[in-house]
Design a binder for this molecule. Structure first.
Ligand SMILES: [Zn+2]
Length: 102
């Protein structure tokens, strides 16, 4: 993983806005050594020497996988992108996150 933190945050913010990453995570998160999974945040492989965060989410039908740093960045960006905490409705409303400059 060689993306700098600032670029990573921007990238994750864009993925959240585009609906590629959910606003919600499941109730439990765990970690295990990477198995060559693709990180859902930065799209890079989680190597065998890295720790991978497994995140089941109601918003997606599969587990999400993250590098540890990407997971933290996702947490930060989720918190920063608004209080959509009960946002199953947000899943179905597309195109609301264009240039929401407030
Ligand atoms: Zn990553």
């Amino acid at each position: 993983m060689d993306m700098n933190p600032q670029a990573l945050r921007v990238f994750i913010r864009q993925r959240l806005a585009a609906g590629h990453l959910p606003q919600e995570k499941g109730p439990r998160v765990w970690s295990e050594p990477g198995q060559g999974e693709i990180c859902d945040a930065c799209s890079l492989v989680v190597g065998h020497t890295e720790l991978m965060m497994d995140v089941p989410s109601d918003a997606v039908t599969r587990e999400l996988h993250f590098h540890v740093a990407c997971f933290h960045a996702w947490q930060v960006e989720r918190a920063a992108s608004g209080p959509h905490l009960n946002g199953s409705a947000a899943l179905h409303s597309r195109g609301t996150a264009g240039d929401g400059a407030f």
